[in-house]
Design a protein around this ligand. Structure first.
Ligand code: BEZ
Length: 211
């Protein structure tokens, strides 16, 4: 199954390092970052999970819960967490799903058979409180993800959903955002009272609305 932007993220029950969860119930009214790992006790995943734990407050600030998954079993995850905590000087306090029968990985299309028949690639699903997939990122096993980029995408998605704006190239939180091209100039002041800057009729910037 290949999940696309706009699809509803499938619900599932899972065994995790934080106990059994039912995904929708666990998610509640939060955003979720669901991301897959090729395997336990592998170097890149160790660094990624450590970084995620270090960013706990950043995810919490954004009402985002993090859920990792790999096809290894719970006992393996529990042992590996000790290494992650030691190497990153942190505490993994988010759940890691054990999916040894690959049910959830297959449900989400995290196994790309031409890359590996048994391990997942590095997928990230950004899921909103309505359980919709708002963005996905996929890297091969050999490329670790950039968690600053994951937070940046989350900021962009949350702004888009709240204010209907877009974020331009290399945008960072606090910078100008773009006004949808379909909006007429005369409608801008009511929606974006801080004013706007027109570069082209279809390229208009305004201050980030919540700053
Ligand atoms: C890994 O940590 O998963 C990995 C390391 C080197 C090459 C490919 C994968």
């Amino acid at each position: 199954m290949s999940l696309k932007i706009g699809d509803t993220a499938p619900d599932f029950s899972a065994q995790t390092t934080e106990g059994n969860i039912s995904f929708y119930e666990w998610l509640g009214n939060n955003w979720a970052i669901l991301y897959s790992h090729p395997g336990d006790y592998t170097p890149i995943c160790t660094t990624e999970l450590g970084r995620t734990a270090q960013l706990k407050d950043e995810f919490a600030k954004r009402n985002a819960k993090v859920l990792a998954i790999s096809v290894d079993d719970l006992q393996s995850h529990q042992g590996w967490i000790k290494d992650i905590n030691e190497t990153a000087g942190t505490n993994v306090e988010f759940p890691i799903i054990a999916d040894p029968d690959k049910k959830i990985c297959q449900l989400y299309g995290m196994i790309h058979e031409k890359a590996s028949a048994s391990a997942t690639v590095r997928s990230v699903y950004f899921i909103d409180p309505d359980k919709k997939i708002k963005a996905t990122i996929t890297y091969p096993a050999s490329t670790g993800r950039n968690f600053s980029e994951i937070l940046r995408v989350l900021d962009s998605l949350q702004l888009t959903s709240r204010f209907g704006v877009g974020t331009p190239v290399d945008w960072e939180y606090g910078q100008e955002v773009v006004i949808p091209a379909a909006m007429k100039n005369e409608d801008i002041p009511a929606k974006f009272p801080k004013g706007y800057r027109e570069v082209k009729s279809y390229l208009r910037y305004t201050a980030q609305p919540d700053k």
